[in-house]
Design a protein around this ligand. Sequence first.
Ligand SMILES: C[S@@+](CC[C@H](N)C(=O)[O-])C[C@H]1O[C@@H](n2cnc3c(N)ncnc32)[C@H](O)[C@@H]1O
Length: 218
Amino acid sequence: MADIMNDFLRKQMDDYASALFVQEDETLRWIQAQAEANQLPAISVRPFEGRLLQILVALVGAKTVIEIGALAGYSGTWLARALPADGKLYTLEKSAKHAAIARASFERAGVANRVELLEGDAHTSLSHLAQRAPFDMIFLDADKVSYPAYLKWAVANLRPGGLVAAHNAFRSGKVLNAQTDDDRAMDAFNRALAAEPTLGSMILAIGDGMAVGIKQRG
Ligand SMILES: C[S@@+](CC[C@H](N)C(=O)[O-])C[C@H]1O[C@@H](n2cnc3c(N)ncnc32)[C@H](O)[C@@H]1O
């Protein structure tokens, strides 16, 4: 009973914060409608998590951001809108179908000039992007089993003061009793993040949990 009450209160608080701070405009709703019409899985960030990403971009003064996992370009649009005019979002997507829909989303949102979509497996794209390091921010939202490897890449390729953020840090509570490879990988990622000496880290208990780590300066 107490859990149901907590869930209810949590939803009410999410709704309260969203009503005050989150504006999902016609373009963002259009992107979600395209995702649904094309039968993409409904696994994007939620509007208040998109707003959180924008706050993180602003906090670190990010100009160069990498996103792993574009899907339909929903979170990418939130991120790109938070960048300065000379900023750049590199978004990595292995599915050709998802990549095509994301490209259309960035055009529709008027941010295509600030977004480079790298189609293909993220591990390959990251090895190319390393030549353009350091980056200001990396947002992980793709295959959970690769999160520990993505974290290593982030540690090596973020600038001092740069930020790594990872979606689904709680996996709806399943990190407490991991049953699948994805659950175990998320738990392993959180533990590696907590133990990484070059990062100051925490999980922000917003939505499904946003794990964040800031690379130490000097
Ligand atoms: C959770 S969705 C991303 C949602 C998106 N960030 C949003 O909130 O709008 C995960 C995406 O990662 C892509 N993906 C999974 N594994 C990948 C990999 N190894 N390399 C690149 N993309 C990958 C999937 O095809 C999918 O589109």
